[in-house]
Design a protein around this ligand. Structure first.
Ligand SMILES: Nc1ncnc2c1ncn2[C@@H]1O[C@H](COP(=O)(O)OP(=O)(O)OP(=O)(O)O)[C@@H](O)[C@H]1O
Length: 236
């Protein structure tokens, strides 16, 4: 596609007419969504409308029953399980409602873990982990067990862990859902600020209008359908 003779990069991530059921429940019905590189996108909608299912389809955790998912100009949904796992490990980062940190490990171990699993050297992994802990204002907590953290601290550790591999996209599912409003605001401020500095795309599922207000754009999911005016190749 070109505009005024200049090439316009296509969307980074796209759902095209995605259907996905859980048993007999049709969670997504011909869902279309288009996300550009560097965009911070909020996915909103009533409980049970299909937001998390959409997020998991975009991240290659679920494969659609019908339709297509594209990432960086290539089909994602037709890749093998092994290739999709590798993509999730290298190009994507995840932040969930309850940090999902490993409680037996220290904060620094949790942040270094994705690098160690990716076979980075120990010294380099911990060096990078400490750098991210500093950026998330967690310098003093590196040696703590994650069970000793407040909810807001745990979510900041989860963000450090998601960013440490330098992903292209962060998928966040209700990242502030378990926090009070002050802690939630701080977590979103840090996530969005760092994502912008790093040029990382963020897709965040939320019920909270204040969280959505931090995004560049929001889309609504209702009964498994997505309202996205930019889906289907519309030029922004
Ligand atoms: N593992 C599952 N087994 C059966 N049904 C499921 C499963 N996961 C989701 N569903 C159903 O699929 C539909 C969409 O669920 P989904 O979790 O995507 O919605 P959501 O918008 O993220 O909801 P919430 O805001 O409450 O988290 C719902 O009707 C839900 O009950």
């Amino acid at each position: 596609m070109t505009v005024d003779g200049l090439p316009v990069p296509g969307p980074l991530l796209e759902a095209r007419s995605v259907d996905r059921s859980h048993g007999r429940t049709r969670a997504l019905r011909e869902a279309n969504l288009s996300v550009t590189a560097g965009e911070i996108l909020a996915i909103m909608g009533p409980s049970g409308s299909g937001k998390s299912t959409l997020l998991h389809c975009l991240a290659g955790v679920f494969t659609p029953d019908a339709g297509e998912v594209w990432f960086g100009g290539r089909r994602l949904d037709t890749l093998s399980d092994a290739r999709r796992s590798e993509l999730r490990r290298t190009a994507f980062g995840f932040v969930f409602q309850f940090g999902q940190l490993v409680p037996e490990l220290t904060v620094a171990d949790n942040v270094a873990l994705p690098l160690l699993l990716g076979r980075a050297g120990r010294k380099q992994a911990y060096h990078r982990a400490r750098g991210w802990l500093r950026r998330l204002e967690l310098d003093d907590l590196g040696e703590r067990r994650t069970g000793e953290l407040s909810g807001g601290q745990a979510q900041r550790v989860a963000i450090a862990r998601a960013l440490v591999t330098r992903p292209q996209v962060i998928f966040a599912d209700e990242p502030t859902g378990a926090l009070d409003s002050l802690a939630g605001e701080k977590v979103m401020e840090l996530l969005v600020g760092l994502a912008r500095q790093e040029g990382v795309t963020v897709i965040v599922v939320t019920h909270d209008a204040r969280v959505a207000a931090c995004a560049d754009r929001e889309v609504m999911v209702r009964d498994g359908k997505v309202t996205d005016p930019y889906a289907g190749g519309a030029v922004r």
